[in-house]
Design a binder for this molecule. Structure first.
Ligand code: ADP
Length: 593
């Protein structure tokens, strides 16, 4: 259901709940084919009229535009004219004409499908690449009647993700080939545990997008997650498209080899060699000259033919890299007279001396990033430097940075807005709260630049700031940023060389309890393995005791409602640190009564 319609339903919810009689309305909705008998039964199983009304609205909120219209018509037929008028202004348009008449070419229906599936929006300045786009869509049409893989491959920063997102912004394509939706997953370079977390969140999202009886526990191993995903795609989303963005290795790919329709972006051309039913589209590393110039023109609000002569040289210097052109464009928007200056900056190649890491091979990116940083206020430049501590492909809410920078959330949002305007940072608006992330070439640049300060100064700062913000206790699931801390706190401690802090965190039953509840046990076990060498310097026995506790109780810790961890821990051997901490907590509980 498109955003306007859903928002209207939410706003009118209380009034509707008060007045409607669900059973009358459902007859009409069933005969319109927008409600199933099972859903009707579920609504009718509620004891009171009001609860039935609430249940019907809940079901409706998960449905599409047709359901909204059918509900509206049912209200009219059942003489709830005044209530229908609440919904009237936000009635979605279903005719193909209505779908086509939107200025950016993306109808609200398509927009709703894409944001539900987490497909990223266009960058602030965007140019179309019609020839490439048509090639990708042509291949996607081949998935109309058969499962298979479409791969978009090319260098980092060449615009693959933008192209993949753009390719599905097409009403006819969705209707004819992927009527069960489009689901986007940013994969990136990931280890086994990270891959599991990504699969868990995809399963969670798919399960959430349909009303189900009871929430299922998250899958606890990669194999289980793969099976869950296979089942979900086969049974509930048989003709949906899964978009896997930035896959690095065939090991990751295998986790998604579940006989469904996949669009994949990757830097590795031969990645899909081993799977069947594949079609690929190469993306050149740079935009062609005219397109790159168009980006510059859009940034400075000018016409192509009015661009100064240096514009072509700038494009040539950065080989049309969309990422670099966007960085320079954002600078020129602010300093429109600096064409010559930025061209000279790009030509300087002063950063060639920096050691390059794997994916990092754009000299022009270095120069452009440096030029963008130079125009930031000194204070903001320091704040941007702090982003070097982020891991690749990790998106964070502003609240994490508010802790890191020790600033009010609103001030942080202002700073982030400035970074986004300068193309130094990207924002995922599909999530609430918004999530922010760096392109991994930018992160490579930051890591290289701040290598010497990373451990001692930057990661240590994360820990100091965290300790200050959570001096009263661990973050809880009501904090939007808690997921970040449960996932990355041990990582920052290890990188900062703060072994003492790491021991006391990971040898604490409270940490185990909270992290297991929020993220499941698999990630936690992985932490004990990953930081085993550091923990063992303190006490390898205790490390093994925690690990053993988790391995033995992993299955229980995945159950919802969440079990009493203190009780579980009390069944450990009495010599175990896990048992000792549980005993203390049990006694405290008893004292408190
Ligand atoms: P890749 O996935 O190949 O690493 P992205 O698709 O993430 O690259 O693109 C990198 C950046 O380049 C984007 O964040 C955006 O700023 C810019 N960009 C890419 N494609 C376009 C486009 N068609 N129009 C404008 N800018 C683009």
């Amino acid at each position: 259901m498109e955003e306007r319609a859903r928002s209207c339903l939410l706003r009118s919810r209380a009034t509707l709940e008060q007045d409607i009689k669900a059973s009358y309305l459902m007859d009409h909705m069933i005969s319109d084919g927008v409600l199933t008998g099972v859903e009707e039964e579920r609504v009718l199983s509620k004891p009171t009229r009001r609860e039935q009304a609430a249940a019907l609205l809940e079901v409706l909120l998960w449905k599409d535009n047709r359901a909204y219209i059918s509900f509206y018509n049912a209200l009219i037929r059942e003489s709830y004219g005044d209530l229908a008028s609440l919904l009237h202004n936000d009635l979605p348009q279903l005719s193909p004409e209505g779908e086509k008449s939107y200025s950016n070419g993306i109808s609200p229906t398509v927009q709703a499908i894409l944001s539900e599936g987490g497909v990223p929006q266009r960058p602030v300045v965007f140019v179309n690449r019609p020839a490439l786009l048509n090639k990708v869509r042509e291949k996607l049409y081949k998935l109309q009647n058969a499962v298979g893989w479409v791969t978009v491959f090319g260098m980092a920063g060449s615009g693959k993700s933008v192209l993949a997102a753009e390719s599905v912004k097409d009403h006819t394509l969705i209707k004819e080939c992927f009527p069960d939706g489009i689901h986007w997953l940013s994969v990136g370079q990931c280890e086994r545990a990270d891959l599991l977390v990504r699969l868990q969140s995809l399963c969670f999202r798919l399960e959430q997008s349909q009303v189900s009886e009871a929430p299922l526990r998250p899958p606890s191993s990669l194999e289980e997650a793969k099976e869950r995903l296979r089942f979900l795609m086969l049974r509930r989303f048989p003709r949906a498209l899964l978009i896997l963005d930035d896959v690095w290795d065939s090991y990751t790919l295998r986790a998604f080899d579940i006989q469904c329709r996949v669009l994949l972006t990757t830097r590795n051309r031969s990645l899909t060699d081993s799977v069947s039913g594949r079609f690929s589209v190469p993306v050149e590393s740079g935009l062609d000259e005219e397109k790159a110039l168009e980006i510059l023109a859009l940034y400075v609000n000018g016409k192509l033919h009015n661009l100064p002569e240096q514009a072509r040289s700038i494009v040539k210097e950065c080989k049309g890299s969309p990422l670099v052109v966007s960085l320079i464009g954002a600078l020129l928007r602010e300093f429109p007279e600096r064409w010559g200056y930025y061209l000279r900056q790009l030509q300087k190649k002063q950063f060639q001396r920096i050691r390059k890491s794997s994916s990092y091979d754009y000299e022009a990116l270095d120069q452009a990033m440096d030029a963008s940083l130079q125009v930031l206020k000194k204070e903001h430049r320091e704040l941007y430097k702090d982003l070097s501590v982020l891991e690749k492909d990790v998106k964070v809410p502003a609240k994490v940075l508010s802790v890191l920078w020790g600033k009010e959330l609103e001030d942080v949002e202002d700073v982030l807005q400035e970074f986004v305007n300068k193309s130094l940072l990207f924002r995922d608006c599909n999530q609430r709260p918004y999530l922010y992330y760096l392109h991994d070439l930018q992160l490579d640049f930051l890591t290289e630049q701040n290598r010497s300060q990373l451990a001692v100064s930057l990661h240590s700062k994360v820990i100091r700031q965290y300790q200050q913000a959570y001096s009263k206790g661990l973050p809880t699931s009501v904090d939007v940023e808690c997921l970040y801390w449960y996932r990355f706190l041990p990582h920052h401690m290890a990188r900062a060389g703060l072994s003492k802090e790491l021991y006391s965190l990971m040898f604490s039953l409270d940490w185990v309890k909270n992290k297991a509840q929020i993220m499941g046990s698999a990630h936690l076990i992985n932490d004990y393995v990953e930081y085993g060498a550091i923990l063992d310097q303190e006490n390898s026995e205790v490390r093994l005791q925690f690990q053993e506790f988790l391995s033995l109780n992993g299955h229980q810790l995945e159950q919802r409602p969440f079990p009493d961890v203190v009780q579980l821990a009390l069944s450990q051997p009495h010599s175990s640190e896990v048992y000792k901490q549980a005993l203390l907590q049990a006694k405290e509980r008893a004292n408190r009564g």
